[in-house]
Write a protein that binds this ligand. Structure first.
Ligand SMILES: *Cc1c(COP(=O)(O)O)cnc(C)c1O
Length: 216
C-alpha cells in the first residue's frame, strides 16, 4: 500500500513513450499522498482549484512544477502567478490579458495552453475552434505569456470511437497551428482515455485516479 503510488507511476511510465509527460492530478488528495509521489521522483502535479494549489505549493518542496488544469477565474490568477508552471485551461482573451498582467508583476513569462472545446457535452468552458485564429494572433501582442499548445477533454463516454474522433480533431488543430506558433505541448488524455490520446499524438497526459486512486 505504501508504495502503490510510486508503483502506479512506474507502471504508467513503462507503458507510455518517453516523450509523453505525465501530470499527476492531485486535486482533493492530501499533502502526504503528494509527498509519496514526490519521493518516488515525480515532480509535475496538477490541481484544478487555485487556492488548493497555493496551499499545497506552500507545504511542499519548491522544485515541484505546478499545473493549473481547471477553469481559471480571472480574479484568482494573482495568487498563482508567482509560481505556476503551466496553465492548461485558457479559454478567453480577457483571461490571457490578466495572466499577462500578473506575470509581468513577477517578471515572469507564464506558459499557457488554449483549451479547445472538442467534446459533445455542453460546456461553458473551452474555445470554439473557430475562435482559435484570433486568440492566437492576439496572444502575440502580450509579452509575459507564452501560448505553447492546446488542451482538450473528450466526451465522458464508453464509446471509444467518439473519444478517438475528438482527440483526432484536436491533433489536427494542433498540427495546423504548431509550426507557425512554436507549439510544443498537446495536453490530452486522462486515466480512462490516455492510451487513445497518445495514439492520437498527445505528449502530455493528466492522470489522477490511476495514480492516487479514486476521488470520493
Ligand atoms: C480531474 C482531472 C483530470 C484527471 O482525471 P482522472 O480521470 O482522475 O485521471 C484530468 N484533467 C482535468 C482537466 C481534470 O479536471
Amino acid at each position: 500500500m505504501n508504495n502503490s503510488i510510486s508503483n502506479n507511476i512506474n507502471k504508467l511510465l513503462s507503458e507510455i513513450p518517453d516523450y509523453v509527460k505525465i501530470v499527476a492530478v492531485s486535486k482533493t488528495k492530501s499533502i502526504e499522498l503528494i509527498n509519496k509521489a514526490y519521493n518516488s521522483g515525480h515532480r509535475s502535479f496538477g490541481e484544478n482549484k487555485i487556492q488548493e494549489m497555493v496551499r499545497k505549493c506552500e507545504s511542499l518542496p519548491n522544485d515541484i512544477e505546478w499545473h493549473m488544469i481547471g477553469h481559471v477565474q480571472r480574479n484568482k490568477v494573482k495568487y498563482m502567478a508567482s509560481f505556476v508552471s503551466l496553465i492548461h485551461g485558457v479559454d478567453s482573451q480577457k483571461l490571457l490579458i490578466e495572466i499577462n498582467k500578473q506575470a509581468k508583476r513577477y517578471n515572469r513569462i507564464i506558459k499557457c495552453l488554449l483549451q479547445v472545446h472538442i467534446s459533445k457535452e455542453k460546456s461553458k468552458f473551452g474555445l470554439n475552434r473557430n475562435n482559435l485564429d484570433s486568440i492566437i494572433e492576439f496572444s502575440k501582442s502580450l509579452n509575459n505569456i507564452d501560448v505553447c499548445g492546446l488542451m482538450g477533454m473528450a466526451t465522458f463516454t464508453d464509446d471509444l470511437s467518439i473519444i478517438d474522433d475528438e482527440f483526432k480533431s484536436l491533433k489536427n488543430l494542433y498540427d495546423l497551428y504548431k509550426t507557425n506558433n512554436n507549439f510544443s505541448i498537446l495536453s490530452m488524455g486522462m486515466s480512462n482515455d490516455y492510451s487513445i490520446a497518445i495514439n492520437n499524438g498527445s505528449n502530455m497526459i493528466r492522470i489522477g485516479s490511476k495514480i492516487f486512486g479514486n476521488r470520493i
